[in-house]
Ligand binder design. Structure first.
Ligand code: FES
Length: 97
């Protein structure tokens, strides 16, 4: 799998397993949060630019928080969305990178 975090300056490749949020933080990329990754605040939302089909669909709780926050169909909570296990390429971004 290749997961790319697209920022205004450059593309960074995320490594390892776990949530998108954890892998971004490990690279030093900031991720907005008001709930410390517990899936409650909706601030960690990220936009999936490419490869969304490689991700598991949002669980009921994630889908509920996304809906409550008016997220678009190509957005996910990075604290709840796990790195894909397939060989697909995934490109993610936020409005503040
Ligand atoms: S950090 Fe709060 S919902 Fe993800």
């Amino acid at each position: 799998m290749t997961v790319v975090a697209r920022t205004r300056q450059r593309d960074l490749v995320l490594q390892g397993r776990g949530t998108l949020m954890a892998r971004c933080l490990a690279l030093g990329l900031p991720v907005a949060s008001a709930c410390s990754g517990r899936g409650a605040c909706g601030k960690c939302v990220m936009t999936i630019l490419e490869g969304a089909e490689a991700l598991r669909p949002p669980a009921v709780h994630e889908a509920s928080v996304l809906a409550r926050n008016g997220a678009m169909g190509n957005q996910r909570l990075s604290c709840q969305c796990r790195m894909p296990s397939s060989k697909a390429e995934l490109v993610i971004t936020t409005g503040y990178w």
